[in-house]
Design a protein around this ligand. Structure first.
Ligand SMILES: [Zn+2]
Length: 418
């Protein structure tokens, strides 16, 4: 992708030297022959080839920049492009996404299905007026990559065993928690796939259905028809499901019905937006779930994040990385960490792809007692750690020691850049 063999630069020049106006370019049916059409296509194809999740086009004072989100981090194209091509490019992309090209002063969104030699890609487009024009983001929807088996989720052997035990219990509630884009859906889909046998009736209520699972009844939430998570869940309970997956619990009503489902002998899998495993418990209590209901149903919480994976082509020992975690320092001989030197394979970043780090909290009898006794979050967290909770940080550290990622990457994801 480095420099793209100059193809993008070349296409940009063609656009700049063609005399057509934007409307003419964008709507022309000769398609492939028109420079602006080729340019827009090339920008999208670069994103697809580089496995980007998003493409950002942003006007600057004197030009515009192009950025791709790769492994969760924005990477800027080395060249700043001339402003003259920008409006036409945005116009073309808007036409491709069926967006209104006449009004540039309002935020807009659209959708396109991009076909290329090896397949097709669903892309969501959104634009918003900013200081120097219109900014646009194209989100590449890579659903096929979400489907993984439990073995492919990157658990340590201990965590994999814990996860299997939790999701294969006859009933109860298992929650996967984390912020946006932390791989929560992949974990839930993996669990569902391992539960998917003909003797089990599995239903999901999702917003939207991200992957199709053969043999699973998947219901999509819809604002138009009033089918909410809560309404879908209520209906699923009448349909004699053994196992239910609810895309997310984000309101008290859904929380109540989910808890009731778990209480009446169903296995319920869901996600909650929370920092870590212990704060997930408190998030549900804040939503008005009664402590005795939670203690009776919650069997475990998996908190997770995605960190960038070290590039295998250029990784080397990192002699400067240092632990600041006292207890681990005390226990271990001087640890070895790794870093990526940067090479063509990883666009000089030292990373290639991502992997998940996990923290699995099993709700044990003492923890149930603590929930019932309404202990505060610090007390519960201390209890969980004393009982051997492998925190996100420790899991990340373990993976850094194995050379799968770096210590600073784990710190960045968990604590921010500062
Ligand atoms: Zn590399």
């Amino acid at each position: 992708m480095q420099g793209d063999d100059g193809r993008l630069h070349h296409l940009m020049n063609q656009v700049l030297h063609s005399n057509r106006d934007m409307a003419e370019d964008g709507r022309l049916s000769v398609g492939e022959q028109v420079p602006i059409v080729k340019l827009a296509n090339r920008i999208i194809e670069i994103g697809i080839e580089a496995k980007a999740s998003d493409i950002h086009l942003e006007p600057l004072k004197d030009g515009f920049r192009l950025r791709y989100r790769l492994d969760g981090i924005l990477w800027q194209w080395p060249e700043i492009f001339p402003r003259r091509a920008y409006e036409r490019l945005i116009g073309r992309l808007k036409i491709m996404a069926n967006m209104d090209t006449s009004d540039r002063r309002k935020p807009a969104d659209g959708h396109l299905r991009y076909r290329y030699p090896n397949g097709q890609m669903d892309i969501r487009a959104a634009s918003i007026p900013v200081k120097h024009g219109e900014s646009m983001v194209l989100r590449l929807m890579r659903n096929e990559e979400e489907l993984r088996s439990i073995e492919e989720l990157g658990f340590t052997p201990e965590n994999e065993a814990l996860f299997r035990r939790l999701v294969h219990a006859p009933s109860g509630m298992v929650i996967v928690s984390g912020p946006m884009n932390s791989g929560k859906s992949s974990s839930l889909y993996a669990a569902l796939q391992s539960l998917n046998v003909t003797s089990r009736h599995i239903m999901t209520i999702e917003d939207p259905v991200e992957c199709e699972l053969d043999g699973v009844n998947q219901v999509e939430v819809s604002v138009k028809t009033g089918l909410s998570f809560a309404a879908g869940l209520r209906a699923a309970l009448r349909l004699d499901a053994n196992c239910l997956m609810v895309g997310e619990i984000r309101d008290p009503e859904t929380a109540q019905i989910a808890i009731r489902a778990a209480l009446t002998g169903h296995m319920l899998l869901t996600t909650v937006h929370a920092e870590d495993s212990v704060s997930t418990i408190f998030r549900l209590l804040e939503m008005g779930v009664a402590p005795f209901m939670l203690a009776a149903t919650l069997s475990g919480v998996v908190a997770q994040r995605l960190v960038r994976r070290l590039c295998p082509y250029c990784q080397e020992e990192d002699t400067e990385a240092e632990l600041d975690d006292e207890e681990i320092k005390a226990g271990a001989s001087p640890p070895t960490f790794y870093r990526g030197r940067g090479c063509d394979q990883c666009r000089q970043t030292g990373f290639l792809g991502r992997l998940a780090i996990h923290e699995i909290l099993t709700v044990t009898p003492p923890l149930k007692e603590a929930i019932l006794a309404r202990r505060n979050i610090e007390e519960v967290r201390r209890m969980a750690k004393e009982a051997g909770l492998q925190t996100l940080y420790k899991d990340g550290l373990e993976k850094a020691l194995l050379g799968l990622t770096t210590l600073s990457e784990v710190r960045r994801v968990l604590y921010g850049d500062g």
